[in-house]
Write a protein of this length. Structure first.
Length: 368
């Protein structure tokens, strides 16, 4: 198969995944405009503070002051009514209980009839024998204390995937382990809890739940990136070779597209110069060292500089009074490309003309 055909086949496989990722990225961008305390504190993917919140919510004596309302909802929505109503009010929720193997179980719900260990994995991987250790620890505790109901370990992840075989060590999903997800089960639990009138009347609790739900929704974009990574890792050798060829070619293509953009802006400014007979306006070449593109009014010493930022998510238009972009007497404006790379955005022909026109209009505002 010719290299071009191989690349076309590969792109046919990967483009739908990338399109889905871009949709998730746009949704993520819209969500990122909202204030969220978890993100402000940098704990949005940290398992320890997330588990602390889960423990406090599930505990009938939690600081929310609403008794067993969250545990009751969790039992109904996530556990499928596993516990009888009589178990709930006196249940105790532990965090980071140590096992004999000196490991820590993230969460454990204990009633007079059972232990329910919960292992939380947000983006961390499993360790060898981890789920087996947690299951055996609580099953042994159950036998010693005489609790009648067998132990089932709940494995909580963003998307509900099962633990690794190395972690389970012979345990069976569905019998010894049940998988639950943040995206489906925890979101449904939060929504059910928010429907309670007592939660509606507790604004601090209500808005904490809303922000927690927002955090979980934003995890989806992170998971999309991992899915693309796993997809690339699963390619056969020929496909991986094609992927490398695409990767090596893309920087040159992006650079060329950036030059196209700047050339189109240049053409439009030259048209303005001729139409308005602005003889004093000179259009200078792009500076290769720092990627600046300049228009200078030699009469007044004004320079207008187009400069992408480091991540190329925006193009800053500086109007300065000398040859230093760091001059404190500068004015500036921006073309903002959101989360998209500058060159990625203008690869789309429909976007290219729009951004050229917008850039030219901003530059015209600085010209004499």
């Amino acid at each position: 198969m010719e290299e071009k055909t191989k690349i076309e086949v590969l792109l046919g496989k990967v483009l739908p995944k990338i399109a889905e990722q871009k949709r998730a990225r746009k949704k993520q961008m819209a969500a990122s405009q909202r204030f969220n305390l978890f993100f402000s504190m940098g704990i949005q993917t940290k398992e320890v503070p997330i588990c602390r919140l889960l423990q406090d919510l599930l505990s009938p004596t939690g600081t929310h002051g609403l008794g067993a309302i969250f545990l009751t909802s969790f039992n109904k929505v996530v556990l499928g009514g596993l516990m009888a109503d009589s178990e709930l009010n006196h249940a105790v929720v532990y965090r980071e209980e140590r096992t004999e193997q000196d490991r820590r179980i993230d969460l454990t719900i204990e009633t007079d009839k059972r232990y329910i260990p919960i292992e939380v994995k947000i983006f961390a991987g499993d360790r060898t024998g981890q789920c087996m250790d947690y299951y055996q620890e609580k099953e042994n505790n159950r036998k010693v204390t005489g609790k009648p109901e067998p132990t089932v370990l709940y494995y909580l992840t963003p998307d509900g995937h099962p633990p690794s075989a190395e972690s389970m060590g012979g345990l069976l999903v569905g019998t010894h382990i049940k998988t639950i997800s943040f995206y489906e089960d925890v979101i449904a639990w939060i929504k059910d809890s928010l429907s309670e009138s007592s939660v509606e009347k507790a604004p601090y609790v209500k808005y904490t739940l809303l922000q927690f739900m927002d955090v979980i929704e934003r995890w989806r974009a992170l998971l999309e990136n991992r899915e693309i990574f796993d997809f690339i890792n699963g390619l056969d050798p020929d496909e991986q070779e094609c992927a490398v060829m695409i990767y090596k070619s893309i920087n040159a293509a992006r650079s060329g597209r950036e030059q196209d953009f700047l050339s189109l802006v240049d053409t439009e400014i030259r048209k303005i110069k001729e139409m308005k007979k602005m003889d004093h306006l000179s259009v200078e070449d792009k500076n290769e060292h720092d990627s600046r593109y300049r228009y200078s009014d030699q009469g007044s010493g004004i320079y207008i500089v187009l400069k992408p930022n480091a991540k190329k998510t925006k193009l800053t238009i500086y109007c300065i009074k000398n040859d230093k972009v760091d001059d404190t007497s500068q004015n500036e404006d921006e073309l903002n490309f959101g989360t998209e790379d500058f060159s990625e955005t203008i690869f789309n022909p429909s976007h290219l003309d729009d951004y050229v026109n917008e850039c030219v209009e901003k530059i015209k505002g600085y010209l004499p």
